[in-house]
Design a protein around this ligand. Structure first.
Ligand code: NAD
Ligand code: G3P
Length: 323
């Protein structure tokens, strides 16, 4: 399948590098002319994936018309911009959605947004524990590829699989998306434990209780529990809650150190999706009658409505309950 990638941030660039590993041409759409020039001229993306020499088979463009002959398009924009970039994409081409989040204003998952923006395009979701820099370096990685159409999923899997990049197939698109969206919010919470020096017990508690939240919310939205317990859910939760290589964890660490959210979020070039997903997730959970206390706590810190100590105390003081 002739492949295109829409979005040349860290993850889009790493995925283009992966797809180009067998020498096939990969088109990479970037918003920034500087990024297009650097990729085509020097085979690097210093803005978003510095230090990684890129394949000469990657051809970058800022013209969406150049994607017209592609047989599959990986969409790798920030979640809040997915609707606008998908609307510009050629119609009818299979879309592999790689963004992790929930759309503000509509509470729609990315597959639901894409279906509205390009109603004739088949949709798959690619999501899992995948730091872009590690994938770009060829380090071993496994990921969930979810698609309702098993034949299309198999063709996409053949195109993206590499000796060190292993997709696992699923037909639970919603489940794969919910794991990727919710884990970003929980990673902020785990980063807080690091920044505030709360210890590793607290982090493990948040991963476990956060996973319970993810599962409750996912089941309410029709996800399957085995998807949530797989690579795109628990797998990505563990990765993103473990290291400052995660932008979401780093944001939480800053909050835990007592820095205001507004300062941490101002003038960011790279995206910490959890900051955008958290309020949408809270609203969707409340509307569905699903309790998500960790998500509520993250929102309180992002909105700066209560001091850190008070937010932590409130989480710990919740009524005792069965696990
Ligand atoms: N970086 C990773 O390791 C990784 C891994 C898996 C999934 N993801 C997901 O991929 C998505 C993209 O993240 P990233 O890390 O590649 O991005 P990034 O933070 O490296 O770069 C920001 C991206 O946002 C784009 N952008 C900024 N304003 C925009 C606008 N108005 N319209 C469209 N695009 C705009 C920029 O061009 C750039 O491509 C996110 O949803 C993220 O959660 C990232
Ligand atoms: O850096 P983060 O927190 O956006 O995480 C990147 C990926 O989603 C990890 O799978």
């Amino acid at each position: 399948m002739k492949a295109g990638v829409i979005g040349a941030g860290a993850w889009g660039t790493a995925l283009a590098q992966l797809l180009a590993a067998d020498g096939q041409e990969v088109r990479l759409w970037a918003r920034e002319p500087d990024v297009v020039d650097a990729i085509n001229r020097d085979h690097v993306n210093p803005l978003y994936l510095p230090g990684v020499p890129l394949s000469a088979s990657i051809v970058s463009t800022d013209a969406m018309a150049d994607m017209a002959d592609r047989e599959m398009l990986l969409v790798v924009s920030p979640a809040q911009h997915l609707r606008s970039v998908v609307a510009q994409a050629p119609a009818g081409v299979p879309l592999v959605l790689c963004s992790k989040g929930i759309e503000a204003g509509t509470s729609l998952l990315m597959s639901e947004v894409a279906a509205q923006a390009q109603p004739t395009s088949p949709i798959a979701v690619l999501s899992g524990p995948t730091f872009a820099a590690e994938v770009a370096r060829g380090l071993p990685t496994a990921i969930t590829l979810a698609c309702a159409d098993g034949d299309l999923a198999a063709r996409i899997a053949q195109r993206i699989a590499r000796p060190a990049f292993r997709p696992y197939l699923s037909d639970d698109v919603i489940g794969a998306e919910i794991g990727g969206a919710v884990k970003n919010v929980l990673a902020i919470a785990c980063g807080v434990t690091e920044g505030a020096g709360l210890g590793l017990n607290a982090r493990a508690a948040l991963i476990s209780r956060g996973f319970a939240e993810m599962t409750r919310f996912g089941l309410a939205r029709g996800a399957r529990v085995e998807t949530l317990a797989g690579l795109s859910g628990l797998g990505d939760l563990v990765l993103t809650c473990s290291s400052t290589n995660s932008r979401n964890f780093s944001l939480g660490k800053g909050l835990g150190e007592g820095r205001p959210a507004a300062e941490l979020l101002a003038n960011r070039r790279t995206v910490a999706e959890g900051a955008f997903t958290a309020p949408v997730l809270r609203a969707a959970a409340r509307a569905a009658g699903v309790e998500m206390p960790v998500t509520e706590a993250v929102c309180a810190l992002l909105e700066d409505v209560a001091p850190l100590a008070q937010v932590i105390d409130a989480l710990l003081a919740r009524p005792l309950r069965p696990e």
